[in-house]
Design a protein around this ligand. Structure first.
Ligand code: FES
Length: 158
């Protein structure tokens, strides 16, 4: 991990405290890493000069998002889950799908939103290190079931 400074909890709760997950240099080199932040499995991506943090297990069935490809869909960077190819925006955790209107023969597939499905977390950079602050979990999100250990039956195997 090579964080240069210790994680400081300051006066914040464990959930709200930024946790160092590695150096900027290393994550830029690796492009993606995984970390456990306050017991939660998180994946951190570095893509086109930005860092993103999401729950590591796909909201659909727990697929390993850190093994997926990143694609641009409608100008938005998305992780494509390696298990069933669900598309999830890196910035918001929004599930995307393609839709056509079958009553219009000339209709072309359009990208539509399923809403926010994958929990994202805040990434900050300080003193050459990358920190993740978990998002507010007072309202549930689909990916919580796999992030909170209530369903640990999934593996990294396809
Ligand atoms: Fe990710 Fe099914 S587990 S698409």
């Amino acid at each position: 991990m090579n964080c240069s400074s210790e994680n400081t909890l300051l006066e914040k709760s464990e959930q709200e405290a930024p946790v160092c997950v590695g150096s900027v240099e290393n994550i830029k080199k690796e492009k993606r890493i995984t970390a456990v932040v306050s017991g939660r499995e998180v994946v951190i991506f570095y893509h086109e000069d930005k860092f993103y943090a999401l729950d590591m297990r796909c909201y659909h069935a727990g697929g390993p998002l850190h093994r997926g490809d990143i694609e641009e869909i409608d100008g938005r960077a998305c992780i494509v889950c390696p298990w069933h190819k669900y598309k999830i925006t890196l910035a918001e955790g929004e599930g995307l799908y393609q839709s056509v209107n079958p009553s219009v023969p000339t209709d072309k597939p359009k990208w539509c939103s399923k809403g926010l499905k994958q929990r994202t977390h805040t990434v900050t950079v300080a003193n050459g290190d990358v920190y993740v602050t978990l998002s507010d979990t007072s309202t549930s999100m689909d990916s919580d079931i796999y992030a909170l250990g209530s369903s640990k039956k999934t593996t990294d195997k396809k």
